[in-house]
Ligand binder design. Structure first.
Ligand SMILES: Cc1cc2nc3c(=O)[nH]c(=O)nc-3n(C[C@H](O)[C@H](O)[C@H](O)COP(=O)(O)OP(=O)(O)OC[C@H]3O[C@@H](n4cnc5c(N)ncnc54)[C@H](O)[C@@H]3O)c2cc1C
Length: 419
């Protein structure tokens, strides 16, 4: 186990500075254009791929960094550059984490590289869990996966919504229900390989923020995938379903004794992916907040009203003090959770949810304060803080809303089934 440290080593500092340069020189100048175009910024992703910033190797290196701070440092710098473009660059990692969290070594080796493609032929991937009637309530998924034993194929039918990179991805990871009677415990994740018939993009959403990131419905109409596309494999799924059925039967009989605790946690494939990625999403929010804070600090020092810089007013100066304090507090929570995850420490107080909740709310608050400090300029697209404010709004919604994070924290600390 690595020791928790707030002092990044030389390798981490080198990565941070390298990404900062890319964020400042490539992402920032492109940010306003791609926000207006509301399209995936393929040329920027290609540039990132050529430099090694968009690559499986790079994210794997950060993901497996035992200090735990590799991923948060990378996310913070990229999202300091721009959140919409940042999400286009890192959106693939959500699908990659789903394969890492639930797949076999062979599946990881097969699918993870295909998600990124190559610098000359860049690809993206999508993680598809949410559905029109199953957002926060992931146990309500209707997308069905049925096994065709004769052909050793799974048949997927349903409609996914809000999928980042949905329909434009090479590889889609789809969470579907195998046994609806078991709710969340009856679900599994499937890889849908590139070019599979029956998968199509539905509506592409026009959004309030992170507009350079593609968000769309994904329609699955009789999609057939080979048996080896079930993440984790059939044997493991059958064992898990058998335990869940045993538990359900025991509960129905009022007998909870002797039921194996394994597989009874109620965690499912989608939840495993979200838990692993929450601190990383918190780090993205910190990047946006830090960017807006820096603009506001600079502006407050130079904007003169009533014959003095506006920072000379305590009302402005104290707001900046609170902005900086909340940003640093967010980073401490994110780094702690990331270190815990990297060192297999259980989130006994839902530390991953805490970090995402606090950082997400901080980004919304800090960017709103930044707009206020910039006055009329803050409200225009001449300055970047209004875009940062729009971008920040998603951080209390996706990867579990702030209410759901509070629910997870409250249940974890109390052991009560709080509704
Ligand atoms: C831009 C964008 C990108 C996304 N990317 C992906 C992706 O790549 N893959 C994917 O699978 N999904 C993705 N999502 C979906 C996202 O995770 C969901 O939008 C989110 O989980 C919330 O679900 P919902 O929108 O259905 O809201 P709902 O679940 O309908 O919630 C509506 C409101 O009710 C509140 N609420 C619900 N239940 C409770 C409760 N028990 N207690 C208190 N309050 C509650 C919520 O907090 C929220 O305020 C994305 C969404 C967006 C907008």
């Amino acid at each position: 186990m690595s020791t928790f440290s707030l002092d990044p080593g030389p390798d981490q500092i080198a990565v941070r500075d390298w990404l900062h340069g890319f964020a400042a020189d490539v992402m920032r100048p492109a940010a306003a254009e791609w926000d207006e175009r509301e399209e995936t910024p393929w040329p920027v992703i290609q540039e990132a791929a050529k430099l090694g910033i968009y690559s499986l190797d790079f994210y794997a290196q950060q993901y497996f960094d035992p200090s735990g701070v590799g991923i948060p440092i990378a996310m913070e710098e990229l999202f300091w550059g721009d959140a919409g473009i940042g999400l286009s660059i890192v959106g693939t990692t959500l699908a990659a984490v789903a394969v890492l969290a639930n797949g076999t070594e062979e599946q990881i080796g097969t699918w993870a590289p295909q998600m990124f493609g190559t610098p000359d032929d860049v690809k993206v991937a999508a993680f598809c869990s949410s559905e029109p009637d199953a957002g926060s309530d992931v146990s309500a998924l209707r997308t069905r996966a049925v096994y065709d034993e004769a052909k050793d194929e799974w048949v997927l039918n349903g409609t996914k919504t809000w999928a980042t990179n949905g329909g434009i991805a090479a590889v889609h990871v789809v969470v579907a229900t195998v046994d609806p009677a078991l709710g969340a415990r009856g679900q599994a994740s499937f890889v849908v390989p590139p070019g599979t018939a029956g998968l199509s993009q539905g509506q592409k959403f026009k959004k309030h923020g992170i507009r350079a990131s593609h968000t769309a419905e994904v329609v699955l109409d009789g999609v057939r995938v080979p048996g080896h596309c079930l993440l984790g494999g059939k044997e493991k799924l059958d064992e898990r379903l058998a335990r869940a059925r045993e538990r359900a039967a025991a509960t129905a009989n009022g007998d909870t004794k002797g039921v194996s605790g394994k597989g009874g946690s109620g965690k499912n494939a989608a939840m495993a992916t979200f838990e692993a990625s929450r601190p990383a999403v918190g780090a993205q929010a910190i990047g946006i907040a830090r960017a807006a804070y820096e603009v506001a600090l600079d502006y407050a020092r130079t904007r003169v009203q009533f014959g003095r810089p506006i920072i000379d007013n305590q009302g402005v100066a104290f707001t900046l003090a609170d902005m900086k304090t909340r940003i640093d507090a967010s980073r401490l929570l994110v780094w702690r959770a990331s270190w815990m995850a990297a060192n297999q420490q259980p989130f006994t107080s839902a530390e991953g949810s805490m970090s995402k909740l606090y950082a997400g709310e901080t980004a919304k608050w800090v960017t709103a304060q930044a707009m206020q400090i910039l006055g009329g300029n803050g409200f225009t697209r001449e300055y970047p803080v209004e875009r940062m404010h729009r971008d920040s709004a998603i951080y209390s919604i996706f990867e579990g809303t702030s209410e759901i994070q509070r629910l997870v924290i409250a249940r974890t600390i109390s052991g009560m089934p709080i509704r």
